[in-house]
Write a protein that binds this ligand. Structure first.
Ligand SMILES: Nc1ncnc2c1ncn2[C@@H]1O[C@H](COP(=O)(O)OP(=O)(O)OP(=O)(O)O)[C@@H](O)[C@H]1O
Ligand SMILES: [Mg+2]
Length: 223
């Protein structure tokens, strides 16, 4: 069974009186355990597609099944629930909470989800941070870390809830090549451990990490 099954997805943004068609009928299947890159020029709809696949936004039309669940009609809280249980995100800008420590940042999704006590949440966060070579950094604040370290914290945070899928948008865009290479190694390891990854990038070297590339052009999957 496909983990992601999207059919004829469309997305229209309304800007005043003008409609911008960001997606014009996109079909995508991603199998469990795949590592897929989505590539295409600026404005081709990559981030729009990611937001829909990650249940951050809803399509204007089409059908979307994630992990066997019909998503297309969900809104508001129902959509947020699916997102919280099934999706981990990594963004170009890290998006860590500046006043929280590294371990608190990583544990945060578990707090939103509920069910585990603080001690248990932080214990899981520390185990993940050690896995990504950040065991010495658990008590630091994000601004005390390098960009590459921050992004690895973001990867740990994305994984702590054991999501069905990891969605990644330009993960190395703000990093130098060495830090970027470390982050890509982390994804490689995460994929080897059985996780499904969909990664959006402009960068052909980053795209080459994935086993398969889907190209978008002007809101459509290019041939
Ligand atoms: N919130 C929004 N409101 C209106 N138009 C939007 C919005 N977000 C995106 N768009 C438009 O939708 C189209 C696709 O944008 P999107 O951000 O998905 O492209 P992208 O492929 O991620 O580009 P980039 O590589 O620059 O990040 C663009 O024409 C963009 O201007
Ligand atoms: Mg984008």
């Amino acid at each position: 069974m496909a983990l992601i099954e999207a059919r004829a997805l469309t997305k229209v943004y309304r800007l005043g009186r003008v409609d911008v068609a960001a997606l014009r009928g996109v079909d995508i299947d991603v199998a469990r355990g795949e590592y897929v890159a989505i590539m295409g020029p600026s404005g081709s709809g990559k981030s729009t597609l990611m937001h829909i696949l990650g249940c951050l936004d809803t399509p204007s039309g089409g059908a979307y099944r994630l992990d066997g669940e019909e998503i297309g009609g969900l809104r508001g809280r129902a959509l947020a629930r699916v997102r919280n249980r099934k999706v981990g995100f990594v963004f170009q800008t890290f998006n860590l909470m500046p006043r929280m420590t590294v371990e608190e940042n990583v544990a945060l999704p578990l707090q939103y989800r509920g069910g585990l006590r603080r001690r248990a949440r932080l214990k899981r966060a520390r185990a993940l941070l050690e896995r990504f070579g950040l065991g010495e950094r658990i008590g630091h604040r994000p601004d005390e870390l390098s960009g590459g370290e921050r992004q690895r914290v973001a990867v740990a945070r994305a994984l702590i809830g054991e999501p069905a899928i990891l969605l990644v948008d330009e993960p190395t865009g703000n990093l130098d090549s060495e830090a970027g290479a470390q982050v890509l190694r982390a994804f490689r390891e995460v994929h080897a451990a059985g996780n499904t990854i969909v990664l959006v990038t402009h960068d052909p070297d980053v795209g080459a990490e994935a086993a398969r590339t889907i190209r978008l052009a002007d809101g459509r999957v290019a041939a």
